[in-house]
Design a protein. Structure first.
Lengths: 264, 263
């Protein structure tokens, strides 16, 4: 993310503290969707926090181009979604996690599955959506933009990882989402605000020990693992301050970033 | 292009097809695989990695095929195919996102059956997509950094640069291959529609369009120029490529119609 300037929070914003924002919160009752490769629902690291989910398949014959089926005891194809779920659970242990599995082998269908999964999450009561995936395909720019706006207006916070390779990554580039890249720290509550967007936040994402498939663990690096740190913090904020809207939550996040100094 | 009443059509077609292949060689000095091989070797050396490989996406079979490899286990890896929805390489191919993982043996995220069959199970993996014009063409992996227990973000960035080079090389060779295929298909169709029956010698040429010879006459030079121009136009994007094909098709119709006019 380059050099980070120190920011100053003035006036009433200077009185926002992490303690006020998420101290004592466990994310209780907040619905968090993980749009990814699935979640291994019975992984011990998740301690029964997975409440359900859906599988989104590509179906070129239907109007919506996707088919959504319920997945009450989700599985994970790779481990990536389980890793993200594990990070969120470690930060917000009473948040309720939902798996939205969107990966498919068909290249043309993949972005549509991703969009279909995101739409499902927005329309089915999710309050925080973790997107450690993105698409770089220009033809879906408008589709994802519409979904990001829709989420924003429906009071849903989208937390989106920026791709690690320098390609456009949607929806992480839109102003309505909380976009996240990795930094080298390991304190899960230590994150930074980047005053030179579109990448707005930096959270731990290097050599993070995560849950993986087959009830195992691994050590992973990538922006994918930074986003769920912020998603976990957002879940805690939402549980403690249910009245806050997505833009207010972003304001709270900026005020509580590690590089923000409070003006006395 | 060619006047079917003029000389040996089959011989001319044979030369045209050779010329298109020759233009592919002009774009990619040496064979494409050699270039990819040198990219994985350089990557392995620069990262101080025990091994490196490139696998390409086969959309039809929904598989990844390992094309080149360097270092530990490399002889066994080349030619192997794995389903797209398996293992780290599959995840990277499906999401277009790079990932770095360590402690691989402990936790089965690597496709162990596959790793086992290569006789080599890595401890750390860095995998990045080969992306060209929004399309994931394949995956490049480096395994086991010798100086450290895992690959970091800087490694990821650096491998991204190698991957970019590899993706460009792969895309160019795929374009040349599909151009040849297109030409052969087009000629087959033309041969059928023009004469109603395909001469045997013509068919023979169309089916064996891969024998070597060096192109040196005027017609061949024109074809090389055509191939280069087509490649340059396709570089601009899909819309341009389609427009180019449409213009050629319209011209073809026009030329045919003209020839059918009563003298």
């Amino acid at each position: 993310m380059g050099e980070l300037r120190e920011l100053v929070a003035y006036g009433p914003l200077g009185r926002l503290t992490p303690e006020w924002a998420w101290g004592d919160s466990t994310g209780r009752g907040v619905h968090v969707a993980i749009v990814d490769s699935g979640i291994e629902h019975d992984h011990p690291a998740l301690e029964s926090s997975v409440r359900g989910g859906v599988i989104v398949d590509y179906d070129g014959r239907t109007k919506a181009k996707v088919r959504i089926s319920t997945d009450d005891t989700p599985r994970d194809l790779f481990g990536h979604g389980t890793a993200c779920a594990g990070i969120i659970h470690s930060i917000a242990p009473q948040a309720e996690l939902y798996s939205v599995r969107v990966l498919g082998k068909d290249a043309t269908g993949r972005a549509l599955q991703f969009a279909g999964g995101l739409r499902w999450a927005i329309e089915n009561g999710m309050q925080v959506i973790n997107l450690s995936l993105s698409t770089s395909r220009e033809e879906y720019y408008a589709l994802f933009h519409e979904l990001a706006d829709d989420a924003y207006f429906k009071n849903v916070v989208l937390v989106s990882a920026v791709n690690n390779i320098p390609v456009p990554s949607y929806p992480s580039l839109y102003a309505a989402v909380v976009s996240v890249a990795a930094h080298a720290g390991h304190d899960p509550f230590m994150y930074y605000y980047n005053p030179a967007p579109p990448v707005e936040f930096g959270a731990p994402g290097i050599d993070v020990r995560v849950a993986w498939v087959n009830k195992q663990y691994s050590v992973n690096t990538g922006n994918s693992f930074a986003a769920p740190h912020i998603a976990g913090i957002v879940a805690r904020i939402r549980a403690k301050h249910p009245e806050l809207t997505p833009f207010q939550i972003k304001t709270v996040l900026v005020a509580c970033a590690a590089n923000t100094r409070r003006a006395e | 292009m060619t006047d079917p009443h003029d000389g040996n059509l089959a011989e001319q077609l044979r030369r045209l097809l050779l010329a298109v292949e020759a233009s592919g060689r002009a774009v990619l000095p040496g064979s494409n695989l050699e270039l990819l091989q040198s990219i994985v070797e350089a990557a392995a050396r620069i990262f101080g990695a025990a091994a490196a490989s490139i696998a390409l996406v086969d959309e039809q079979a929904q598989e990844l095929e390992f094309k080149v490899s360097y270092g530990a286990g490399s002889d066994e890896v080349v030619g192997m195919r794995i389903p797209l929805d398996t293992g780290i390489a599959g995840y990277v191919a499906m999401t277009g996102q790079p990932i770095a993982i360590s402690d691989v043996q402990q936790d089965a995220r690597f496709n162990r059956a596959f790793a086992g069959s290569t006789g080599y199970v890595p401890r750390s993996i860095l995998a990045t997509p080969l992306v060209y014009r929004e399309r994931v063409l394949g995956v490049m992996e480096v395994l086991d950094k010798i100086s450290a227990s895992s690959f970091g973000l800087q490694d990821m960035e650096l491998l991204g640069m190698f991957a970019r080079q590899a993706a460009i090389a792969i895309d160019q060779s795929q374009q040349v291959a599909s151009l040849t295929q297109l030409l052969v298909q087009g000629l087959r169709r033309l041969a059928v529609s023009d004469t109603g029956a395909v001469p045997d010698e013509l068919l023979a040429v169309l089916e064996h369009s891969g024998d070597a010879a060096s192109p040196d006459d005027v017609r061949t030079r024109d074809l090389l120029a055509l191939a280069d121009r087509f490649n340059a136009i396709s570089e601009l994007g899909e819309a341009e490529r389609l427009a180019c094909l449409q213009i050629l098709a319209v011209f073809g119709d026009y030329a045919r119609a003209r020839r059918d006019l009563p003298v």
